[in-house]
Write a protein that binds this ligand. Structure first.
Ligand code: ADP
Length: 187
């Protein structure tokens, strides 16, 4: 099961991706978490990306794409994965298409979690991560609308694209996701 989760910051991608990963025993691959781990361990990559995360700007594609390429090549991703936070623009989406084609795999399902900006903003303020200040949140939402939202069109026309209404209790959202995944598994 190769799952891609799309949606704005604060849509609940991380929460739902973690549940999918547990339920289907596939790794949860989240670029934001990987960058934060790199920063915490003070690695070379961490030092390179720290200003981007602090300001809520996208990390350069080169760094992000090579991180994902390496991660998808690891053993635990052989039987599936749930991608959260990647791709975030068209260049990354095209790089992902190429990577998957190279290894002869496709996306089983693309889930598009949808919530209004006001809800996304409120949720981010409530979780209070270092980069969840009003200014940085706005900057990330602008990037989402300009760069990530166009990906919905990229994926709508291919494979199994399922919009999910994310402005509901976590369990309801997950139940709908499970239905979509069961349909994808038998397709
Ligand atoms: P959020 O979705 O709330 O922004 P993430 O944990 O997904 O939280 O991302 C945190 C930060 O990590 C982003 O603001 C950005 O700086 C960086 N980042 C994460 N994913 C990507 C990506 N695919 N491309 C570029 N930068 C990314």
């Amino acid at each position: 099961m190769n799952v891609l989760l799309l949606g704005p910051q604060g849509a609940g991608k991380g929460t739902q991706a973690a549940r999918i990963a547990r339920e289907y025993e596939i790794p949860h691959i989240a670029t934001g978490d990987m960058f934060r781990a790199a920063i915490a361990s003070d690695s070379e990559l961490g030092r390179q990306v720290v200003p981007y995360l602090a300001e809520g700007r996208l990390v350069p594609d080169e760094l992000t794409v090579s991180l994902i390429r390496e991660r998808l090549g690891q053993d635990d991703a052989r039987d599936g994965f749930v991608l959260d936070g990647f791709p975030r623009n068209l260049t990354q989406a095209e790089a992902l298409d190429e990577m998957l084609a190279e290894i002869g795999r496709g996306l089983s399902v693309v889930l598009a979690l949808q919530v209004p900006d006001a809800v996304a903003r409120e949720r981010m303020l409530a979780r209070g991560r270092d980069d969840d200040t009003p200014e940085v949140i706005d900057r990330r939402l602008v990037d989402y609308h300009e760069q990530t939202k166009p990906l919905l069109e990229h994926y709508r026309t291919r494979g199994s694209f399922v919009p999910i209404h994310g402005d509901r209790p976590e369990n309801e959202v997950f139940a709908e996701i499970q239905e979509a995944l069961e349909r994808a598994a038998v397709a």
